[in-house]
Design a protein around this ligand. Structure first.
Ligand SMILES: C[S@@+](CC[C@H](N)C(=O)[O-])C[C@H]1O[C@@H](n2cnc3c(N)ncnc32)[C@H](O)[C@@H]1O
Length: 454
C-alpha cells in the first residue's frame, strides 16, 4: 500500500489545495483513482505524476473558461441585493462593496482554507465574506479608521466581550439618564455635566460641533476607553465613530462642509446607544458563521510600502479611483475623536481628490496612478501563490475633464508583472448607491477585472 498516495499527499506534491484536487476530480479534469479497502482514494505514482503535470501545465489556465464564463454570465448589477446582513452595516464607508461581489468571486476563484486578501480593505467587506466562506482573510488599508471597522466587523464576541459590553451599556445608559434632568443647564456656565474627559483640539470642537455635543462625546469616549476587553472596546469605538458625522455640523460623510443640525441634549448619547445595540446584535451573530480556525489579519499599512504578509491565494479589492474621494478628509472628524492623526494617512492616500485637484507641479496625474499600480503589482507578484487570481473592481475617473480608463491601467500594470487577463465584466452602479462623489465624473458603471498570476 506504500506505493499508493492519499488525496492530501497528491495535492501537496502537485502544489494545490486538497479542495482544488477534489474539484478537478469532480469536474473530470483528472482521472479518478481506485479506492483502497477503507474506501479512500489510492493514487498510483503515475496518476500522481499526471496530476502534478496537470497542475503545472498551462492547460490549467486554458481550463479557466468554465469558471470565468460562469462569472461572466452572473448578474453583477445586484440592484435588489440585501447588503445589510451580519456586521456589514455597523459603520458607513464611502464606495464600499456590495458584499455579493466579493462573495461570488471568492466562491468561484478560491477553495475552503485558502487565504483571501483585500489590499484596500476599507470597511472589510471582502474579509467578512471570506471568513464566512471558510477562508482565511488578510486586509490592508492605510486609513486607521478602515482597519478599526474591519477588525470590529470580523471578530466574533466571546463571553468575556459580551460581559464587558453589558457593563459598558449600563454606564452609557446612566449617562443618558443623567443628562435629561440637567438639559436646561447644559449650555450655562458651571455645567453640572461638563466632562473633564479628553476631546480633540478646541478649533475642531468649535467648528464642527455644538458645545453640548462635545461634552457628551467626550464623556462617551471616556466610557469607551474604560472598556477592559479589546474586542468589546473595538466594537464600542466603531459605534462611537459611526455617530460622529450625524451629531456634528459636517453636512454628510462625503461632504466636508458645515450645516446646522438640531441635536437635542442627550441626543448624541442616545444615538450611540442605538448604534451600539445594533452593532452588538450583529456581532453576536458572527459566532454562528465564523469558525475560530479561520484567521483574519488586518494591517494598517501603505500598500506602496509592499508590506510583508503571508501568501495570498486570491485578492478581491476595489482600489481608490483617482480623484473620486479624499478619505482622510471625509474621515477627519471621526479620526480626531478617536485620537488618531489623519496627517500620516493624508500623505500616503492614493487617489485622493485633494492630490488630483492641487495646483502646480504637485498635482497628481494619470501617470501618478499608473506608477502606483506598477508598484502594487510588483508587490502582488511576490505575494500571490502560483496561479492565484487578482480581481480589481474599478470604474473610470474624470481628470481635468478627460475620462480615464482605470480598468486598462490596472490590466496593463498586471500584464507588466506577469498577470494574465481573463475577463473584464461590466456592471451598473445603482443610482441609489451614493458610492461615488456625485460632483466628480458622473460614473455609472464599473468593471471587474480578473487577472491570474501566470
Ligand atoms: C474603494 S475603498 C475600499 C472599500 C472597500 N472595498 C469596502 O468594501 O469597504 C479604497 C480604500 O483604499 C484605501 N487606501 C488609499 N490609499 C491607500 C494606500 N496608500 N495604502 C492602502 N490603502 C489605501 C482607502 O483608505 C480606502 O479605504
Amino acid at each position: 500500500m506504500d506505493d499508493f498516495l492519499s488525496t492530501a499527499q497528491v495535492a501537496a506534491t502537485a502544489g494545490v489545495h486538497r479542495d482544488t484536487l477534489l474539484r478537478w476530480l469532480r469536474e473530470g479534469r483528472v482521472r479518478e483513482p481506485a479506492r483502497d479497502g477503507r474506501g479512500w482514494r489510492a493514487f498510483t505514482r503515475t496518476e500522481a505524476e499526471a496530476i502534478a503535470a496537470h497542475a503545472s501545465d498551462t492547460s490549467a489556465l486554458v481550463q479557466q473558461p468554465t469558471t470565468i464564463s460562469r462569472l461572466e454570465a452572473a448578474d453583477w448589477d445586484l440592484a435588489s441585493a440585501t447588503t445589510s446582513y451580519l456586521t456589514h452595516n455597523i459603520h458607513p464607508y464611502p464606495a464600499k462593496f456590495i458584499p455579493q461581489i466579493p462573495n461570488m468571486l471568492i466562491q468561484e476563484l478560491s477553495s475552503v482554507g485558502d487565504t483571501v486578501a483585500d489590499v484596500f480593505c476599507g470597511s472589510g467587506t471582502t474579509l467578512l465574506e471570506a471568513l464566512q466562506l471558510k477562508r482565511h482573510a488578510i486586509g490592508v488599508d492605510a486609513n486607521p479608521l478602515a482597519t478599526l471597522i474591519s477588525r470590529a466587523k470580523t471578530t466574533p464576541l466571546a463571553a468575556s466581550a459580551l460581559e464587558a459590553l453589558a457593563e459598558h451599556r449600563f454606564s452609557a445608559e446612566r449617562l443618558a439618564a443623567s443628562i435629561e434632568p440637567n438639559a436646561a443647564d447644559l449650555f450655562s456656565q458651571g455645567l453640572p455635566f461638563k466632562s473633564r474627559a479628553w476631546r480633540p483640539a478646541a478649533d475642531v470642537c468649535e467648528t464642527w460641533f455644538e458645545p453640548h455635543v462635545v461634552e457628551e462625546l467626550a464623556e462617551l469616549r471616556r466610557l469607551v476607553d474604560d472598556v477592559p476587553n479589546d474586542t468589546a472596546r473595538t466594537l464600542c469605538a466603531v459605534a462611537f465613530a459611526s455617530i460622529i458625522v450625524a451629531v456634528s455640523l459636517q453636512d454628510s460623510d462625503t461632504r466636508y462642509v458645515r450645516r446646522k443640525k438640531q441635536i437635542a441634549p442627550g441626543g448624541a448619547v442616545r444615538k450611540y446607544l442605538r448604534q451600539l445595540q445594533a452593532a452588538a446584535a450583529a456581532a453576536e451573530k458572527l459566532a454562528d458563521v465564523v469558525e475560530a480556525r479561520f484567521s483574519c489579519n488586518v494591517v494598517t499599512a501603505n500598500v506602496l510600502d509592499a508590506p510583508e504578509l503571508p501568501p495570498f491565494d486570491l485578492v478581491v479589492t476595489s482600489p481608490p479611483y483617482p480623484n473620486a474621494f479624499s478619505y482622510h478628509l471625509y474621515h477627519r472628524t471621526r479620526l480626531l475623536w478617536l485620537g488618531l492623526d489623519p496627517a500620516p494617512f493624508k500623505a500616503i492616500e492614493i487617489g485622493s481628490h485633494r492630490k488630483y485637484s492641487a495646483k502646480g507641479p504637485r498635482r497628481a496625474t494619470v501617470a501618478t496612478f499608473a506608477t502606483e499600480l506598477q508598484a502594487i503589482f510588483r508587490w502582488l507578484r511576490t505575494q500571490m501563490r502560483h496561479r492565484g487570481h487578482v480581481c480589481f473592481v474599478v470604474g473610470d475617473s474624470t481628470l481635468a475633464g478627460q475620462r480615464v480608463d482605470n480598468t486598462s491601467l490596472v490590466a496593463d500594470a498586471g500584464a507588466d508583472h506577469g498577470f494574465v487577463e481573463h475577463a473584464r465584466i461590466g456592471r451598473s452602479i445603482a443610482a441609489t448607491r451614493k458610492a461615488l462623489n456625485p460632483k466628480i465624473g458622473g460614473i455609472k458603471t464599473e468593471q471587474i477585472v480578473i487577472l491570474q498570476k501566470a
